[in-house]
Design a protein around this ligand. Structure first.
Ligand SMILES: Cc1cc2nc3c(=O)[nH]c(=O)nc-3n(C[C@H](O)[C@H](O)[C@H](O)COP(=O)(O)OP(=O)(O)OC[C@H]3O[C@@H](n4cnc5c(N)ncnc54)[C@H](O)[C@@H]3O)c2cc1C
Length: 264
């Protein structure tokens, strides 16, 4: 399973907001709940999904395609704009299938953005929909070292990967956060070092984690697996560094979660 397989997943769940909590200076945790979560496969790791958010005013239709391939996306675009939900991408922070509850950690980044505005005003009982996209991190079974790096938007993904890696895994996880108080308790294998990197203000988001990746070297590039996510420049430049260090391209999972100055 990897980012390449995301279009194969077809579970669409219409759910309600159960609660919200600002868990740290820049992160609001939203708990979603509902019977339709019974159908959601639990992929673990960096399990992500398409999130359909309501219009700021008026009615929203959640009669959505259950696949975002070319045809599904066209169907979505053909919905009347007045009732079409907004579409963004998010990660499962924690899934509790028995309780039919799922947490999402939203980074709050001002009010320029539909999702960041929504999370600051949403309340219990609001409806959203999520479309399963599977997991992205696809590491080889012979991996001897995991290198994971991301900004605060990738915190849920890296925390999920650390939670679900084999307990004897070894490696290094680098998570850049805007404020030291955004660090969270994470269940990581004892052999994986987790470093929280407070962003050096006024650096570009991702630049601090990127510098740490660029300082990293290895004697065994052939058995490294890597995962890079966050503001576009971090994953793409980090990947180039690893390729130069001899890590085979197929062993590097990388994806731009967002792009500075550009709406989704
Ligand atoms: C697979 C995947 C999983 C993701 N998981 C998560 C997750 O669990 N939690 C999470 O918070 N995000 C996550 N993201 C990132 C999230 O989808 C983007 O940050 C998204 O752009 C937010 O939408 P918006 O409507 O708030 O802003 P947009 O309308 O997309 O953008 C508006 C403006 O805000 C800027 N912007 C967007 N995001 C940020 C940011 N984080 N910090 C500063 N400026 C920003 C844009 O550059 C643009 O100028 C994920 C992305 C992907 C692809």
């Amino acid at each position: 399973m990897s980012f390449k397989d995301s279009k194969k997943h077809t579970t669409l769940c219409v759910v309600d907001v159960v609660g919200t909590e600002r868990i740290s200076p820049n992160i609001i945790r939203v708990t979603l709940g509902g019977d339709q979560l019974q159908q959601l496969p639990n992929h673990g790791f960096d399990h992500w999904f398409r999130l359909f958010l309501p219009q700021e005013q008026g009615e929203t239709s959640f009669d959505l395609p259950n696949r975002i391939d070319t045809i599904g996306y066209l169907k979505y675009l053909r919905m009347p704009s007045a009732t079409r939900p907004h579409l963004r991408n998010y990660t499962v922070r924690e899934f509790r299938p028995q309780a039919r509850e799922l947490d999402i950690d939203f980074v709050v980044h001002g009010d320029e953005g539909i999702a960041t505005r929504w999370v600051q005003r949403t309340k219990q009982g609001d409806t959203v929909a999520l479309l399963d996209q599977g997991r992205g991190y696809d590491f080889e079974p012979d991996t001897t070292y995991h290198l994971l790096a991301g900004d605060e938007t990738a915190l849920p993904a890296i925390a999920g990967i650390l939670r679900d890696l084999p307990r004897d895994a070894t490696g290094l996880a680098l998570i850049e956060i805007p404020d030291p108080a955004d660090a969270q308790p994470v269940d990581a294998p004892t052999g994986v070092q987790l470093r929280w990197l407070a962003r050096e203000s006024p650096a570009r988001p991702g630049a601090t984690a990127l510098a740490a990746v660029q300082a990293w070297t290895t004697d065994t590039p052939a058995t490294v697996s890597a995962y890079f996510a966050g503001e576009q420049n971090l994953p793409t430049t980090a990947r180039r560094h690893l390729v130069d260090a001899g890590v085979p391209k197929r062993r590097i999972t990388f994806t731009g979660y967002w792009k500075l100055g550009r709406s989704h």
